[in-house]
Ligand binder design. Structure first.
Ligand SMILES: [Zn+2]
Length: 126
């Protein structure tokens, strides 16, 4: 049976058998090459985690919404790593937004996380 899977190399979503790990032969080769190379550069490892975090938030949000609530459990299940962020912002209500590029999350309750998309995020710095 064909199911939706995530490429181990590029994190792209694809359909394939449950034992299929890569979206393409190139990704399989690239991945194995990286594995053979041994320990990856630390910045690359962190970049990948951040990119993955952003993909998770973007996937949950889709293209129509700009904010939504999601359970902490669901984010954990998807492999989201709360410790990896690109910045923080405290709003007037003292809520802390944890940015992952142009997305951000904040604790809504002990079990719920509010996620927001700020396409104009970069304008704050220019
Ligand atoms: Zn791939």
């Amino acid at each position: 049976m064909s199911t939706q899977r995530e490429c181990l190399n590029c994190s792209k979503q694809f359909f394939g058998r449950s034992d299929k790990k890569f979206c393409s032969v190139k990704c399989k080769n690239d991945y194995n090459y990286e594995q053979r190379k041994g320990t990856k550069d630390i910045t690359k490892v962190i970049d990948e985690i951040l990119h993955r975090n952003r993909i998770i938030l973007a996937t949950l949000m889709g293209t129509k919404r700009t904010q939504m609530k999601v359970s902490r459990l669901e984010l954990n299940r998807m492999g989201f790593k709360f410790d990896f962020i690109t910045g923080t912002y405290k709003n007037s209500k003292k809520k802390i937004y944890h940015y992952v590029y142009d997305y951000a999350w904040m604790e809504f309750s002990s079990q719920e996380i509010m996620i927001v998309h700020s396409p104009k995020y970069l304008e704050r710095f220019s």
